[in-house]
Design a protein around this ligand. Structure first.
Ligand SMILES: *Cc1c(COP(=O)(O)O)cnc(C)c1O
Length: 494
């Protein structure tokens, strides 16, 4: 199977090249030239497999230039001993119709671990396949979660180094502690005096600076990215949609072939796009419920066919969904338009130029027959947390609660009783302050104390990686000016 660009179907690369390059040379995103099929019989076969074998099965359909042994090795390294649950993505029953698939049992307690634990291994194999002999340096600009997840994923992976930049005053105390105490021999973390946009721009400048690239290349390094537009981050996410469906079937809640809904707390559209890919491969799906917070650009898009980012930006209690440009939507537009690369090119041009675009009616209709969009605000999100604790003794994090709340709206509006799996994207401990607030506990003390408050008062277990975070050695203290990022990179590669 080969890969083309959403903006140019004539581009044609192997999966290893797509993963190594990250972004297609025309600025589009790599997509498979067709969707591999998984039959009902194959799903029945997957029932008895563990998560690693299910992952190898799905990955092998997309990454056809990888051998079965290579994929087995990648999946084993990613998902063995790194997750604090019996299986990496367990599915929990809330009611007869409503299930939660927990994607946050990995080392950083957020769903990004599901892909960022395996991406380094896929990238390493891709580098070897494409004949690259340099050390690959991953540059990351982060507003919090992605940086830590990438650090944990790339930590001590041979042949790679990772350098993370975060805005000195732009991340939470817990997020900062998670990063500056990072272990591993190939990692570097720098604060910059600037905001997230400055960090992001700085990284992009480094990528597109041929002189600096040459200098680093002479020293044996080549840059790459662990950004969510990399196909190597998308395909591992397809796995848990199959896996949670199979877990429901194994428990007797559904028969293989029965349709389910998925409700997904959405930001950059990567997670819910993986659900769409799973459906295109044959996973029986009724509706995909796209849940947003007050930054409801996607809700409006699904309802009207007009994407318009010219609007106020809100900082909410589900910050990982505070996004106005959902990059991975480009891949959906490509599919829903019947793979019309010229249309995608034009729409993305309009988005860049005017901040808005309108899709043709056929695309809008295809979208709204499968996707259902909704949003709730912070107050409603907190009410969902409280309600779930009281009714089901289950404490969801703020992001998951947005999806739970939007699903309630969906249920009210449609009366659709199809069994629904809500994707849970973070541990409640990661957003302890707002969760405690929602539960009615006073929170006027330091961040790391919040964690034990949640554990002690509500008798839920704190994830091991967040334990004693404040007692770990701080390894990274350097702060650079925003125009000194090359210097930081250079010093990290000494
Ligand atoms: C990244 C993230 C999301 C959004 O996922 P997308 O793939 O960007 O749509 C939702 N919740 C949490 C906790 C996240 O970290």
């Amino acid at each position: 199977m080969n890969y083309c660009s959403t903006r140019g179907k004539e581009i044609n690369v192997t999966s290893a090249e797509a993963i190594k390059n990250g972004l297609a040379p025309d600025g589009g995103l790599y997509v498979p030239t067709q969707f591999p099929a998984v039959s009902v019989d194959e799903m029945k076969k997957m029932l008895s497999m563990n998560y690693i074998d299910r992952a190898v099965f799905i990955l092998s359909r997309f990454l056809t230039d990888f051998t079965a042994d290579e994929l087995q090795e990648c999946a084993k390294n990613a998902y063995t001993g790194k997750f604090d649950s019996a299986t990496p993505a367990p599915t929990v029953k809330l009611t007869d119709n409503e299930y939660v698939c927990e994607l946050w049992h990995g080392p950083t307690c957020a769903f990004k671990d599901m892909a960022l634990q395996i991406l380094p291994h896929l990238l390493k194999a891709s580098i070897k396949k494409t004949g690259e002999d340099k050390t690959v340096v991953i540059l990351v600009a982060t507003s919090g979660d992605t940086g830590k997840a990438a650090l944990e994923g790339f930590k001590d992976v041979n042949g790679t180094k990772i350098i993370v930049f975060y805005p000195n005053d732009g991340v939470s105390d817990i997020q900062k502690l998670q990063m500056v105490t990072q272990e591993g021999g190939n990692v570097a973390v720098f604060a910059i005096n600037g905001n997230f946009d400055n960090a992001q721009t700085g990284v992009k400048d480094i990528f597109s600076d041929p002189a600096f690239g040459k200098e680093m290349s002479d020293r044996g390094y080549v840059f790459s990215s662990a950004n969510s537009i990399n196909f190597g981050r998308l395909v591992p996410q397809v796995v848990y949609y199959f896996s949670s469906y199979l877990d429901l079937a194994a428990s007797g809640a559904i028969n293989i072939g029965d349709k389910v809904n998925f409700a997904v707390p959405t930001g950059n559209f990567g997670n819910i796009l993986a659900a769409y890919y799973a459906m295109r491969m044959g996973l029986p799906v009724n509706r995909l419920i796209c849940a947003s917070n007050r930054n409801s650009v996607l809700t409006d898009f699904i309802n009207t066919g007009v994407y318009d980012r010219n609007r106020d930006f809100y900082c909410t209690i589900s910050p990982s969904m505070d996004i106005l440009i959902s990059s991975n939507l480009e891949r959906l537009l490509f599919e829903l338009s019947g793979r019309d690369d010229k249309l995608v090119l034009n729409l993305m041009g309009a988005l860049k130029k005017d901040g808005r675009y309108t899709v043709p009616n056929e695309v809008k209709n295809a979208m709204s027959s499968l996707f259902w969009g909704g949003f709730i605000d912070d107050e409603a999100t907190k009410a969902v947390i409280n309600e779930n604790f009281r009714n089901s003794n289950y404490i969801p994090d703020t992001h998951t609660s947005v999806a739970l709340g939007v699903y309630e709206k969906y249920l009210k509006e449609t009366g659709d009783k199809t069994k629904t799996i809500v994707m849970s994207t973070a541990s409640p401990f990661k957003f302890a302050k707002d969760v405690l607030d929602a539960l009615g506990t006073k929170t006027d003390f330091a961040d790391y104390r919040l964690l034990s408050a949640l554990e002690d008062e509500y008798k839920i277990k704190m994830p091991a990686p967040l334990k004693d975070l404040n007692k770990k050695e701080v390894r990274f203290k350097e702060v650079f000016e925003k125009d000194e990022m090359r210097k930081a990179v250079s010093s990290a590669l000494k």
